[in-house]
Design a protein around this ligand. Sequence first.
Ligand code: FA5
Length: 331
Amino acid sequence: MAEPEQLVVEAQRQAAAATTLDELSKVRTTVSGKRSPLVAARKALGGLDPEARREAGQALNAAKSAIDEVLASREAELAAAARAEKLAAERLDLTEVTEQPANGHLHVITQTWQELEDVFVGMGYRVAEGPEIESEWYNFGALNFPLGHPARDMYDTLYVDYGEPGSTLLRTHTSPVQARVMENQKPPIYVVAPGRCFRQDTADATHMPVFHQIEGLVVDRDTTLGDLAGTIEAFTAAYFGPGFTSRLRPSYFPFTEPSAEFDIQRPDGTWLELGGCGMVHPNVLKACGIDPEQWQGFAFGFGIDRLALIRFGIDDLRELWTNDVRFLEQF
Ligand code: FA5
């Protein structure tokens, strides 16, 4: 017959080993159920003489109480653990998102486009737009490119098979918007026109067949070249911040006189041609119904994609079009 103390020790061992309430319920059957050594020991009491039976009976009762206590305390422990586990499993942590879902963002060119609009709107300009498929008249004719004039060859134009041959094209610059605005609006005019342009240019680090420009047009009384230079300077400071410098180089465009090219110096010291500008040619004002004796204007057109290169320190325009997310998500 097992010693009562041994029964208690064995019950303690098994209860401690039980890790769930189910396991503990089996332990209860083993250590205090009908077929347990405890119950067997009780049954065996009958064979003892009265004195020994009393003593052994008391010892077994004490053992029984001790075992019940062991089981009850282990049950409380396991029930508390089970409750805590359930709470943890059902807990929704709304403050800690461990895996951030990937958020998309605007493309570098769109960001640049919008920032440019903001800068010019801040300077009092309004935003205008025109069609990407344009007539020969607005892209060239109204802009003082005479028919057959070699200046038209400055642009490798993509013509659209529509109407008379050569009459419809993909605009090679945003300058046709100048003519459209002047036809429809009385001066004073202060507008910028961002948009997509197309040329048969071979893709390289600074050229793409599809690219973006932002056109600026001011028509007012007594507008001078000084106003143009000041505007470009103010724009450079507002957009790039200090540390960037710009320069104007004499150039030629049929629709401006005088004309200049506008370059900006990158932080590495190299210059990049950004656009053209000049005083609106009197022939252009006349073609659009504005009296050049009363009104003067200046215009400029910059490459938005090239602005983005400088602004974000990217060295190849083609990177903007490969749509490699690992590249784009840096900006
Ligand atoms: C023009 O397109 C004139 N319309 C600019 C202008 C406007 C002059 C108003 C005077 C008054 P140009 O061909 O230089 O000029 O192009 C202007 C800018 O567009 C270039 O400096 C460059 O930044 C950008 N650009 C031109 N071609 C491409 C191309 N293939 N890829 C990317 N950017 C280009």
